[in-house]
Write a new protein. Structure first.
Length: 209
């Protein structure tokens, strides 16, 4: 698993501390059903969020009181499989000063912090001396998070965590390019280190466990 900061559009894993003992939830805003999983003391979506109106690249998501998303290669079908791709400002509901706001999340759900990702990684077995490092780190934590199918070159995981991470790729705005579908999955955190207005994120890749 790799920890980075990036300027690309990321998928969104949602986190809740109060979900009931069920295996799915309904987003009342559009009726979509999402599978959920409890890992340690946290509930996580097993699927990436797919809320919003699709706009086609190279248009940019904007502050217009409408939740907007990109679909990989501007293909609606790929949003149905991998979820939408969201810019950080869109994700945060254009309220970057209040990190307690839930942005475009469902009620009672939120984007995880970097620390909450670290708790997940530690629970899956990452060494506590390694969890604060940048770059690729850990042993089999990514393997436990990745789905059992869909990753390039037999880079699948065993999904023992139940997280079911898929390689949804990304969209790089500055060069108007979708890339890495099948190779990599990118997930936002809500944690900002105040450098170039970027947030920490997580990458899972077919090349690493």
């Amino acid at each position: 698993m790799r920890t980075i900061r990036f300027l690309i559009l990321g998928l969104i894993p949602f986190l809740s501390l109060s979900a009931q003992e069920i295996d799915s939830i309904i987003d009342i805003r559009d009726g979509q059903v999402y599978s959920i999983i409890k890992i340690d003391n946290y509930w996580w979506l097993k699927e990436n969020l797919n809320i919003g109106i699709k706009i086609s690249a190279p248009l940019i998501q904007s502050q217009n009181n409408i939740i907007e998303k990109f679909c990989y290669d501007n293909d609606d079908y790929l949003c149905d499989i991998y979820g939408g791709l969201y810019q950080l400002y869109e994700l945060m509901g254009y309220n970057m000063l209040d990190t307690n706001n839930n942005g475009i999340c469902m009620p009672d759900w939120k984007v995880p912090t970097d620390e909450e990702w670290k708790k997940l990684e530690l629970y899956l077995g990452m060494n506590e001396h390694e969890v604060n490092d940048d770059g690729y780190r850990g042993t089999t934590e990514g393997f436990q998070l990745k789905s059992m199918t869909g990753w390039t070159s037999n880079g699948n995981g065993n999904n023992s965590s139940g997280f079911s991470a898929l390689p949804g790729g990304n969209y790089q705005i500055e060069i108007d390019t979708f890339e890495s579908l099948g190779d990599d999955g990118y997930w936002w955190t809500i944690t900002d280190k105040l450098i170039h207005k970027l947030n920490w994120s997580r990458i899972l890749t077919y090349k690493h466990t």
